[in-house]
Design a protein around this ligand. Structure first.
Ligand code: G3H
Ligand code: ZN
Length: 282
């Protein structure tokens, strides 16, 4: 069934567990996330990023409606989240499309401009029952930026600044920069567990780990145990999907029916989803 992100995150936080949010690019991603959640017997968050909306021609309705339909038809509790929204226009388009949450990403702006823009997004969301996540610090690695940027201590989230940011914006959850980086295809990120602990003690809302594809299982487990709640995974699904499709097509140069390679590609993503859900269930 389609449930709300707020209830999944609150339940995970109360139970000392994590809840995973997986990025949807194609319908096969949504189907694989639902199947992986059913296989693991766990809830999950289906998230569509602003970049994925752009890929679908900038029109939110088709991919959002299809993803919501997959969630409604599933036996697993699944919620719909709009991810890394930089455009205020797209934020407003989320209303009425099945989204119970949005990550409003003003992390490229200065601190003051980030607070002002995010506060407005929170007022807008809360008037409609939409849960708002925001980012302070910079996870990095988006849009082809060099992933190593996020490993520099200067871009990490400062606990005292995070407390003021949550107080001044009213956000429901905070994405923090603690050593992970977006779009990693190997799992070599080293998290700053001391910083995660300090943020957890200081910040009153659930913390979100972005760029979790590059984080080893043991580090994810340790981060969840220290209080990281929403665990965002995107690239790992694409690595599985493309790897399986590439292997099929390399071995078979005659097939033209896309279902022939989309079946193993989707199944590879399902396995990746189920494996992540087992890691974060504690
Ligand atoms: O918001 C989405 C996530 O941060 C995904 O990051 O593709 O590096 O796993 P990833
Ligand atoms: Zn992210």
């Amino acid at each position: 069934p389609l449930v709300s992100t707020g209830e999944l995150v609150s339940a995970a936080a109360a139970g000392g567990q994590g809840v995973a949010a997986f990025n949807v690019i194609t319908l096969e991603h949504a189907e694989a996330i639902a199947a992986g959640a059913e296989r693991a017997g766990r809830p999950a968050i289906l998230q569509i990023s602003e970049n994925a909306v752009k890929f679908h021609g900038g029109r939110l309705t088709a991919i959002a409606a299809a993803t919501a339909a997959v969630a409604r038809a599933s036996d697993a509790p699944l919620s719909l989240h709009l991810d890394h929204v930089e455009s205020p226009g797209l934020l407003r388009a989320a209303d009425g499309e099945g989204f119970s949450s949005v990550m409003f990403d003003a992390s490229k702006l200065s601190y003051g401009a980030n607070v002002a823009a995010t506060s407005e997004a929170v007022v807008w969301g809360h008037a409609r029952g939409i849960w708002i996540e925001a980012e302070l610090g910079k996870v990095g690695g988006k849009d082809g930026e060099p992933p190593l940027g996020a490993h520099a201590p200067g871009v990490r989230t400062d606990p005292a600044e995070a407390v003021a940011y949550v107080r001044d914006t009213g956000v429901d959850a905070l994405a923090v920069a603690v050593g992970s980086s977006h779009a990693m295809t190997d799992r070599t990120a080293a998290l700053d567990h001391e910083l995660i602990g300090a943020l957890r003690r200081a910040v009153p809302v659930p913390l979100v780990l972005h760029g979790s594809s590059g984080v080893p299982d043991a580090e994810i487990r340790q981060a969840v145990a220290a209080g990281m709640v929403k665990i965002n995974v995107g690239t790992a699904l694409n690595t599985a999907f493309t790897g399986a499709a590439r292997a099929f097509l390399a071995a078979d140069t005659k097939t033209v029916d896309p279902r022939k390679y989309l079946v193993p590609a989707r199944e590879a993503m399902t396995g990746t989803v189920a494996a992540f859900l087992k890691v974060i269930s504690g």
